[in-house]
Design a protein around this ligand. Structure first.
Ligand code: DGL
Length: 264
């Protein structure tokens, strides 16, 4: 049965867990295959062609696993490869950037929106384009934060200067910015530190992404029905123990069944 097939969800590493958390909350009956390409993270300072190649390898794997829909839970991957993925696979996909842009516009009162992201996402201008297409005249400031992903992938708490690094970036936001988008799926993991130095609303695109996923599954009659809870299978290309530790802490429960899998 089509609706029994799993949902595929991928990121360059642990960041996709922020999306997974919301998806499991909203769609607890679904089976999910999570792919974290931690062996190749960070994506955010790679070239476009390189990011595309990595995404295609992961897409091939998830399509092989007979996923019914794929969530691109990595803003950088969306910025570098979304159109090419849609064209190459012709597959139902949900992306975090469109969801983040919609959520930002809904939340902002004065339409002065800031976005923290990887350098690649910031340079691509994708958030400004998406937000302005929904809300013409909105002003969008995008700040690339090259330090965050490598620090989060290694274990954020290890770094004693983390708060200063965060505030060094938040300080660049124009005055009156009322909404700050976490434009990298890794950043909800360090939300407390961002919240401590930003005085407005914080938007985590994961919530809206989970809602967009439910909508697409409903429209395509692909929702998994019945009372039984689904399960999550984890595949990572980097260190399993580091992934497990970060995941257990962020998700708030112990995960099992993590497999090492290189697709690139
Ligand atoms: N979680 C990815 C994103 O949303 C981080 C990319 C990276 O590995 O730099 O952009």
């Amino acid at each position: 049965m089509e609706n029994e097939r799993p949902i595929g969800l991928f990121d360059s590493g642990v960041g996709g867990l922020s999306v997974l958390k919301e998806v499991v909350k909203l769609l607890p009956r679904e089976n999910i295959i999570y792919y974290g390409d931690s062996g190749n993270a960070p994506y955010g300072d790679r070239e476009k062609e390189d990011i595309r190649r990595l995404c295609f390898g992961i897409m091939d794997f998830l399509v092989e696993q007979k996923c019914k829909v794929i969530v691109i839970a990595c803003n950088t991957a969306v910025a570098a490869a979304y159109d090419e993925i849609c064209e190459k696979y012709g597959f139902p996909t949900v992306d975090v950037v469109s969801s983040g842009a919609r959520a930002a516009v809904k939340t902002s009162r004065n339409k002065k929106i800031g976005v923290l992201s990887t350098p690649f996402t910031a340079k691509s201008n994708i958030y400004a384009q998406k937000i302005e297409s929904i809300s013409p005249g909105a002003s969008v400031y995008q700040e690339g934060c090259p330090e965050f992903v490598p620090m989060i992938e290694r274990g954020w708490e290890m770094f004693s200067d983390r708060r200063e690094i965060v505030s060094g970036h938040v300080r660049h936001l124009p005055e009156q910015t009322d909404v700050l988008v976490l434009g990298c799926t890794h950043y909800p993991i360090i939300r407390d530190d961002i919240e401590a130095v930003f005085d407005g609303f914080i938007v985590d695109p994961a919530v809206e992404t989970a809602a967009a996923l439910r909508k697409i599954l409903r429209e395509k009659q692909l929702l998994r029905e019945g009372g039984k809870r689904g399960s999550v299978s984890y595949y990572v290309s980097g260190d399993i123990e580091i992934f497990r530790e970060i995941a257990n802490k962020f998700l708030g429960y112990s995960i099992s069944g993590i497999q090492r899998k290189k697709v690139n």
